[in-house]
Design a protein around this ligand. Structure first.
Ligand code: NDP
Ligand code: RET
Length: 298
């Protein structure tokens, strides 16, 4: 089993880049892939903000990272991506206390939750996974530009292959399937990354989307079938530390700027679905997202 797991979990971030003086935000950093990503960035000397909806869980993890890495600059701030007020409050606080932002890792995510809505009435998957991160990125973009060279990593999924952007049913009100809702939101992550890359050309800010692999984590919490699958095959799927490698590769590896907008898996550029390469859909999703969030369509 360890050999098979090793085979299935290829892709290791080999960058030796150190991060003293650099500032990083990781969303959903209190567990799973986000926690391991934050730990490695702290190990390399960055000041790391754990942006978590549960501050108590975040504080426990911050202590653990401080102890294991010896880096005391690991800070927890409240961020609930299912509430635009919380996102705005996080951004306001961050912009007031930090002069720079060098790396933003949009990692948090929900999968297969029963039909529910965010505080602002968005369907939960599209609301948290796409719109929440879309708003957060917009609010932090000037800071990222001022701190260039800087990077944005959007954690998407192989599951985007099953995704479609149904503009007439973006909030799942006409029909809803929890599995597909997740896939749609992960497709939105890739479309956002590509459109963002086009708009940021020449700014010194680059962006990448990532499939972390199939990873042992709490993501399957809403589906007993998925929990059972993950348990049954637990010897073969990636550990969270292995799952963090592609996010780390995109955040750290030197010379990656030329690949801005690309999708990565196992630390390599990988192909995406035809939908995910459609510039018209990407532009329309951008405009619709701005409209829903009350952002100017620039
Ligand atoms: N695990 C896998 O096999 C795969 C994972 N991914 C992606 O990787 C990313 C990380 O997932 P993973 O580590 O596996 O899953 P986990 O469930 O272990 O971690 C998800 C994180 O997101 C946070 N989160 C959920 N909802 C919100 C919210 N409303 N506001 C703020 N934070 C929130 C969770 O916080 P809390 O603990 O409070 O719930 C948690 O910290 C996700 O984007 C996922 O889609 C992609 C492909 C495969
Ligand atoms: C079929 C199969 C597997 C593959 C599961 C996959 C490919 C899951 C993908 C999940 C994603 C992409 C989730 C989040 O985004 C396992 C569990 C390895 C074990 C062997 C049987």
């Amino acid at each position: 089993a360890p050999q098979i797991r090793k085979m299935l979990s290829s892709g290791v971030c080999t960058s030796a880049v150190q991060l003293p003086g650099k500032v990083v935000v990781v969303t959903g950093a209190n567990t799973g892939i986000g926690k391991e990503t934050a730990k490695e960035l702290a190990q390399r000397g960055a000041r790391v903000y754990l942006a978590c909806r549960d501050v108590e869980k975040g504080e426990l993890v911050a202590k653990e990272i401080q102890t294991t890495t010896g880096n005391q600059q690991v800070l927890v701030r409240k961020l609930d991506l299912s509430d635009t007020k919380s996102i705005r409050a996080f951004a306001k606080g961050f912009l007031a206390e930090e002069k720079h932002l060098h790396i933003l890792i949009n990692n948090a995510g929900v999968m297969m939750c029963p039909y529910s809505k965010t505080a602002d009435g968005f369907e939960m998957h599209i609301g948290v996974n796409h719109l929440g991160h879309f708003l957060l990125t917009h609010l932090l973009l000037e800071k990222l530009k001022e701190s260039a060279p800087s990077r944005i990593v959007n954690v998407s999924s192989l599951a985007h292959h099953l995704g479609r952007i149904h503009f007439h049913n973006l909030q799942g009100e006409k029909f809803y399937n929890a599995g597909l809702a997740y896939c749609h939101s992960k497709l939105a992550n890739i479309l956002f990354t590509q459109e963002l890359a086009r708009r940021l050309k020449g700014s010194g800010v680059t962006t990448y989307s990532v499939h972390p692999g199939t990873v042992q984590s709490e993501l399957v919490r809403h589906s007993s079938f998925m929990r059972w699958m993950w348990w049954l095959f637990s010897f073969f799927i990636k550990t969270p530390q292995q799952g963090a490698q592609t996010s780390l590769h995109c955040a750290l590896t030197e010379g990656l700027e030329i690949l801005s907008g690309n999708h990565f898996s196992d630390c390599h550029v990988t192909w995406v679905s035809a939908q995910a390469r459609n510039e018209t859909i990407a532009r329309r999703l951008w405009d619709v997202s701005c409209d829903l969030l009350g952002l100017p369509m620039d």
